[in-house]
Write a protein that binds this ligand. Structure first.
Ligand code: GAR
Length: 205
């Protein structure tokens, strides 16, 4: 059985690309069924097109949050999405939407949560002066970047780092971590236990 994944993105879509590449490999347990962007003309749409994946633009501008999410929901249902991945999706979703997708909605964030939630996480880490940062993949709950943590990767901060150089190194880890989590979920190995996420080993046969 292959898990059908939906991806929401707002920009360049390098994390989307990492998922598309992983899903293209033989015996991948997941496939990307649809990509939806809230910003027209972004690179993520081109990436979906190049991979032959259905993609839609649902602009958030000029519509209420409820209408925006109702349209998202229509596309997700139409494409049979079972797991929804926020990969650089820069909109906060309503509690109703998050509840409807509870346990099936994950996000990647460019910090070691719970530090540096919200926008400009890389800049926040640099400004704070921490020595280590990284990225986190977590289930989405009704807060901003507060849901149960599935996986994290650590990145050292160098004295001469700029926002760009540090983000590039964090993204290298993101591109490894996010497809890995999608795979673990597709293999049925991820379970939420309160605030903790348990990951089962593959049965040896
Ligand atoms: C990624 O670094 C992701 O962690 C971040 O946006 C970038 C999107 O890059 N997400 C957030 O900051 C969410 N709060 P991409 O479009 O190249 O995947």
């Amino acid at each position: 059985m292959t898990l059908t994944v939906g991806v929401l993105a707002s920009g360049s879509g390098t994390n989307l690309q990492a998922i598309l590449d992983a899903c293209a490999s033989a015996n991948a347990p997941a496939r990307v069924g649809v990509v939806i962007c809230n910003v027209p003309g972004v690179r993520a749409l081109e990436r979906a097109g190049a991979a032959g994946v259905p993609h839609h633009v649902v602009p958030h501008v000029g519509r209420s949050r409820e209408d925006f999410e109702a349209l998202l929901q229509q596309h997700l249902e139409q494409h049979g999405v079972e797991l929804l991945v926020l990969a650089g999706f820069m909109r906060v979703l309503t509690s109703d939407f998050v509840r409807a997708w509870s346990g099936r909605l994950i996000n990647i964030h460019p910090s070691l949560l719970p530090s540096f939630t919200g926008l400009h996480a890389i800049r926040q880490a640099l400004d704070y002066g921490v020595r280590w940062t990284g990225c986190t993949v977590h289930f989405v709950d009704e807060g901003v970047d507060t849901g149960p943590i599935i996986a994290q990767a650590v990145v050292p901060i160098q004295a001469d780092d700029t926002e760009q150089t540090l983000h590039a190194r964090v993204q290298r880890e993101e591109h490894r971590l996010l497809p890995e989590v999608v795979r673990l979920i597709a293999e049925g190995r991820v379970r939420i236990d309160g605030r903790r996420v348990l990951i089962a080993d593959l049965p040896t046969s």
